[in-house]
Design a protein around this ligand. Structure first.
Ligand SMILES: NC(=O)c1ccc[n+]([C@@H]2O[C@H](COP(=O)([O-])OP(=O)(O)OC[C@H]3O[C@@H](n4cnc5c(N)ncnc54)[C@H](OP(=O)(O)O)[C@@H]3O)[C@@H](O)[C@H]2O)c1
Length: 310
């Protein structure tokens, strides 16, 4: 099978196409004939090195989410899926066998039917980034009627977080650049304030007591505290863990924790089908052009996900 990966760490140019053995689904596994795999920041981090897992062997194949069709179900696998079903999956790669491949094997808990009425490219944008937003909101643990601030709201995780927070009944104060203001309003944010280092102060002006929780998709780190009420909580996505002030707790999350949260992934499917979550694709690339997609991602300003097609 064709896969895209690298044998040495470096810039986008290290990405190449390889011919690799077709993996076997094995007990508990589902093999997917991948048609779409998204390009995420973590793929670029993996590509730049160093290796994260001592067990990973080159060629390293990145990719944490995919959509396609079930083409093999392992013996004894507990699933209601059948060969031929359209699916989307969270791919927890150990660094060596990710979603940038014609075929990928995932545990049955990491794969659900793809939402009806969307393309495979759109479906592929949901599992990893949607579960990250879900985990972030679950970690904040807010109740309907409480207020959450979201930075990086025009991005993939931030955008899903705004939509899921609204579906949870929260009041959402999101950030946006001037160009992204309409987009972020359309995602459902109640209040949209200009992004950047001054955003936390702007939040405090709008919400004088401070927000109950904040999801820091733009990695503003310590700057976020100003927006948050005493004893509030901030979820961070790149490991920032404080120190907090006024009892504010910084809580880094890692989406791996939700890799096998089948019911949560299936709920995301339902929410996409119900139109509560909009799936955004910036552009698709034939898999052979993965390096170009990585360059575009590094340049910033991409709205919606870049997707490789196989
Ligand atoms: N912990 C985990 O498990 C996990 C899982 C998924 C993602 N992540 C991390 O979460 C972060 C968000 O991921 P993503 O896929 O949503 O990225 P994304 O789609 O690129 O979104 C990030 C957004 O933040 C904006 N931004 C950048 N700098 C900013 C600033 N100073 N102020 C306000 N906004 C700013 C970006 O705008 P521009 O494009 O204009 O720069 C973009 O709209 C990344 O750091 C990613 O690595 C972590």
């Amino acid at each position: 099978m064709k896969a895209v990966g690298f044998t040495e760490f470096g810039g986008p140019e290290v990405l190449q196409t390889f011919e690799l053995p077709v993996p076997d689904a094995g007990p508990g596994g589902v093999r997917i004939r991948v048609s779409a795999a998204t390009v995420n920041a973590v793929d670029a981090l993996q590509r730049s090195g160093p290796a994260r897992s001592p067990d990973a062997r080159p060629p390293f194949v990145p990719g944490m989410e995919a959509a396609g069709v079930v083409d093999q179900i392992g013996a004894g696998t507990d699933t209601d899926l059948r060969v031929g079903d359209r699916v989307m999956a969270f791919v927890l790669a150990d660094g060596s066998r990710g979603a940038y491949a014609e075929q990928v094997v995932v545990p049955a808990e990491s794969v659900v039917r793809a939402p009806h009425g969307v393309s495979d490219a759109e479906a592929a944008t949901l599992p990893m980034n949607g579960l990250t937003a879900r985990l972030a909101l679950d970690t904040l643990g807010l109740k309907a009627g409480q207020t959450v601030a979201v930075t990086g709201a025009a991005g993939a995780v931030g955008g899903y977080a705004v939509q899921l927070a609204k579906a949870d009944g929260l009041r959402v104060v999101a950030d946006a650049s001037e160009q992204d203001e309409t987009l972020v309003k359309e995602l459902g944010a109640d209040i949209v304030l200009r992004r950047g280092a001054e955003y936390p102060g702007r939040v405090r002006t709008e919400v004088p007591e401070g927000v109950d929780g904040l999801l820091d998709g733009a990695s503003l780190g310590a700057l976020t505290a100003r927006a948050v009420r005493d004893g509030g909580r901030v979820v961070t996505l790149r490991g920032y863990d404080g120190p907090g002030e006024r009892g504010i707790v910084y809580q880094p999350i890692v989406v791996f924790r939700y890799a096998r949260e089948h019911a949560k992934l299936d709920r995301l499917r339902q929410q996409a089908e119900d139109g509560r979550i909009i799936l955004r694709v910036a552009r698709t690339f034939p898999a052979e052009q993965a390096a170009e997609a990585h360059r575009l991602l590094a340049a910033g300003g991409v709205r919606g996900r870049l997707v490789l097609t196989f």
